[in-house]
Ligand binder design. Structure first.
Ligand SMILES: Nc1ncnc2c1ncn2[C@@H]1O[C@H](COP(=O)(O)OP(=O)(O)OP(=O)(O)O)[C@@H](O)[C@H]1O
Length: 282
C-alpha cells in the first residue's frame, strides 16, 4: 500500500479553449497541500476531476490506492468544501444535520453542533437567508464533522473575515493532529497557505509549474535587488522572473545559481507565484 492519500498520473482534460494537464501529483498522507494559481489556471477543474464531478479525458486518479472511488467508503472518507454551499436553499441547518446523519456513516453530531455554536450559525434560518460567510462556515462544519480522512477545499476562506479565517485555519490544523488526515486546499489567500501548507502545488495555464515543500521553496528561491549593471553578472538560467524599477531590478533567482556575495532575501509564496508568471516574459 502506498503512502499517498491522492495520486494523479498524466491527468488530462480538454475544453474548447483550455487544456488541463498532463497533471502528475502525489499527495502524501498526513500533509497539507496548498493549490495555487491564477484565475482560470485549472485548480477547480482538477478538484472536480478528483471528485468525479467531471469526466477526465485520460490519466489515472487514485484515492488511497483506489481508482474506483465511487464506492460509499471512499465518498465517506472525503470532506469537500467548494466556494459556495451546494445545498438546497430551502433547507435549514437542522434539515442539513438530519440529512448528513443519514448520508455519512461516521457523522459526528456532537462535533457538528460544537462548530455550529462556535460559528454562531442559526439552526432554524433557511440557508437561502444565510450570508456568504455563514454558508462557507456551514460547508466547513459539514466537511469536518463526518470523520473524513481527506479534506478537499476549493477556496474555503474566500469572502470570510480575517478572524473567521484564522479560526478555520486553526480547525484545519487541529484536524491534522491525526497523522492519517490529509488536506488539499486551493486558495488565492496565499498568506493563509503560508501558515498551514506543507507543500505548494502551483498550476499555471493548466500545467503544474512546481510541487514543492515550503522548505524546498525557501531553499531553492530568493529575491534580490540589483542595479542593471549587476544583473549582467547573473546567469539567465538563474533568473526566474524580474520586476524593473527606476533604480534597478528585483529578481527572483534560483539560489544555487547565483554568485556568492549577493544579498538574498526570503520570498513569500506570493512573490514566487508572481515572478514565475512574470518570468514567462523575462
Ligand atoms: N465545464 C466547462 N466547460 C468549458 N470550459 C470550462 C469548464 N469548466 C472550466 N472551464 C475552463 O477551464 C479553465 C480553468 O477553469 P478553473 O475553474 O479550473 O480555474 P481555477 O484555477 O479554478 O480558477 P479560479 O481561481 O478563477 O477559480 C477556464 O478557462 C474555464 O473557463
Amino acid at each position: 500500500m502506498s503512502n499517498n492519500a491522492i495520486e494523479i498520473q498524466n491527468l488530462v482534460k480538454e475544453f474548447n479553449d483550455f487544456k488541463l494537464g498532463p497533471i502528475n501529483i502525489s499527495i502524501p498522507k498526513g500533509t497539507i497541500v496548498g493549490f495555487i494559481g491564477q484565475n482560470g489556471a485549472g485548480k477547480s477543474t482538477t478538484i472536480k476531476l478528483l471528485l468525479g464531478l467531471l469526466n477526465k479525458d485520460s490519466g489515472i486518479i487514485k484515492i488511497f490506492d483506489n481508482q474506483d472511488y465511487n464506492t460509499i467508503q471512499i465518498k465517506d472518507s472525503l470532506g469537500v468544501v467548494f466556494d459556495d454551499l451546494l445545498i438546497p436553499d430551502e433547507m435549514t441547518l437542522l434539515d442539513v444535520e438530519r440529512f448528513c446523519s443519514r448520508v455519512y456513516s461516521k457523522w459526528d453530531k456532537v462535533f457538528f453542533n460544537k462548530l455550529k455554536d462556535k460559528f454562531n450559525l442559526p439552526s432554524e434560518k433557511m440557508i437561502k437567508n444565510y450570508s456568504r460567510g455563514m454558508r462557507m462556515k456551514l460547508s466547513i462544519a459539514i466537511a469536518l464533522s463526518h470523520n473524513a480522512e481527506i479534506l478537499i477545499l476549493d477556496e474555503p476562506t474566500s469572502g470570510l473575515d480575517p478572524i473567521v479565517r484564522e479560526e478555520i485555519l486553526d480547525l484545519l490544523l487541529e484536524y491534522m493532529q491525526d497523522e492519517n488526515h490529509t488536506i488539499l486546499i486551493s486558495s488565492h489567500i496565499l498568506s493563509d497557505l503560508e501558515k498551514i501548507a506543507d507543500y505548494i502545488a502551483f498550476i499555471h495555464e493548466g500545467k503544474v509549474l512546481f510541487f514543492e515543500t515550503k522548505e524546498e521553496l525557501e531553499e531553492n528561491y530568493a529575491l534580490c535587488n540589483l542595479s542593471d549593471k549587476e544583473v549582467e553578472n547573473i546567469d539567465d538560467e538563474a533568473i526566474v522572473g524580474r520586476r524593473v524599477h527606476s533604480f534597478g531590478q528585483q529578481l527572483l533567482v534560483k539560489r544555487n545559481l547565483v554568485p556568492n556575495g549577493i544579498t538574498l532575501q526570503k520570498p513569500s509564496i506570493e512573490d514566487i507565484m508572481i515572478y514565475f508568471v512574470k518570468g514567462e516574459n523575462k
